[in-house]
Design a protein around this ligand. Structure first.
Ligand SMILES: O=C(O)[C@@H](CO)OP(=O)(O)O
Ligand SMILES: [Mg+2]
Length: 411
């Protein structure tokens, strides 16, 4: 039997390094994961450098690589991808940015890059849309909330460049930076001016917003500053369906991933109750994925919460959420005619609180797979598996070969 459908599940940032809080185990190896282990036992396992050995990937570059769009050829910055994951559609001349709602103290130092992992920022974004005016600079904008503390900005207007820096120092306890043009090009200078003005005006609006007054009353960090990064224009992506002959959908609460899916031509299927965090409704997500597999050849599904726990340095929370994921994946065991591919997009070690280049575990289970002796889905067990060590850009060719859709190289 040959599989006709492909479920590609990315467990965002699930892999890790040994954690002190877990007696030297990783959250994945410490977690009880009967479903993932059974898939490992019935499949072929390996480890994967999603971009290349020693390269610490963003979720943007890693997902592009996993879908077979090498970032060195296709990546034009995170901003436009994140914007497309919201309701913003990036057209020629627009410059996209990823934004964080963050907290800055009275002394001007950032106290939380994610404003206490705020959610429900819709009213803040609405106030920014209504109140910020960049017309004196000849610039318009779109601004939309994403999942959690995330948002996307797109600048519109004549003569805007995308070679600008970020105001995000990437750490707490530092001052927000001034956005600079990275060249003498007046277009980059215009964008840098517009960004700094956007940040200034939005901070004034956020400072007097009732939602922040309420957060202060509740002892929560206010979302009183926007951190802006990942400037870019939209790239050109050959459609997934033309490239692989597969129709596809993307199921992800994280706007970056739904944006990447959309720009390569996957249909984005929103699932109510999913949040991109550890409180997400994973049963609803799995149900929606199974439904999509009835209609489409390929479904990309992303579960984000373990990555957030890694960024927050919470090893026990990460382990516990991995167990929640595992329980939610139980219905996948019944998919006998589907190729199931499960991996991470990068490691997010709790000790690093950011992504690392440590290779990620991968399992492929389904018809035609040469089952190897690995019986556990974790970083070390998978390293013994039959896929050995591959790169992210190898995974689509391997999938296509297993479903008999690869092109012969040679005559
Ligand atoms: O979006 C996220 O989850 C992370 C990393 O991709 O970004 P940040 O550190 O700004 O929260
Ligand atoms: Mg990621």
């Amino acid at each position: 039997m040959i599989a006709e459908k492909v479920l590609f599940l990315v467990l965002d940032g699930i892999s890790d390094r040994p954690c002190e809080a877990l007696n030297g185990q990783t959250p994945l190896s410490a977690a009880r994961t009967p479903v993932l282990d059974r898939l490992a036992a019935e499949g072929v396992c390996g480890i994967m450098d999603t971009v290349a050995p020693g390269i610490r990937p963003g979720s943007d570059t890693s997902h592009l690589a996993l879908l077979g769009y090498p970032p060195q050829d296709y990546y034009t910055g995170r901003g436009p991808l994140e914007a497309e994951g919201t309701s913003i559609h990036m057209t020629a001349g627009m410059i996209g940015f990823r934004c964080n709602f963050a907290t800055v103290g009275g002394d001007g130092l950032i106290t939380d890059r994610r404003a206490g992992r705020i959610s429900g920022t819709g009213p803040l974004s609405e106030a920014i849309r209504e109140g910020v005016d960049l017309s004196a600079l000849g610039v318009g904008f779109r601004f939309e909330s994403g999942a959690g503390h995330r948002a996307a900005l797109a600048l519109t207007g004549e003569g805007l460049g995308d070679a600008v820096s970020s105001n995000d120092p990437k750490k707490e306890g530092a001052r927000p930076l001034t956005i600079q043009a990275c060249s003498d090009d007046p277009a980059d200078e215009k964008t840098a001016r517009a960004c700094n003005e956007f940040i200034r005006q939005s901070a004034e609006i956020l400072a007097r917003h009732p939602l922040n007054a309420q957060r202060l009353e509740e002892g929560l960090p206010p979302a009183n500053l926007l951190l802006i990064r990942g400037a870019g224009k939209m790239g050109a992506f050959p459609p997934f369906q033309e490239r692989y002959g597969l129709s596809g959908s993307v199921i992800s609460a994280a706007t970056l991933i739904s944006g990447i899916g959309k720009v390569v031509g996957l249909e984005h299927i929103p699932v109510p109750g999913t949040t991109g965090s550890v409180d997400s409704d994973l049963d609803a997500k799995v149900k929606a994925t199974l439904g999509e597999l009835e209609r489409k050849d390929f479904v990309l599904m992303n579960i984000k919460g373990a990555d957030e726990a890694g960024h927050d340095g919470k090893a026990i929370e990460k382990r516990d959420f991995i167990e929640v994921i595992d329980a939610a994946l139980e219905p996948l065991l019944a998919l006998s005619d589907t190729l199931i591919v499960i991996c991470a997009d990068h490691s997010t070690p709790c000790s690093v609180r950011d992504h690392s280049a440590d290779p990620v575990p991968v399992v492929i289970r389904g018809p035609g797979v040469r089952v190897d002796p690995t019986v556990r889905f974790d970083e070390v067990s998978c390293a013994q598996g039959g896929l050995n060590r591959i790169r992210g850009c190898d995974i689509m060719p391997i999938i296509l070969d297993l479903i008999n859709k690869s092109h012969k190289y040679g005559a």
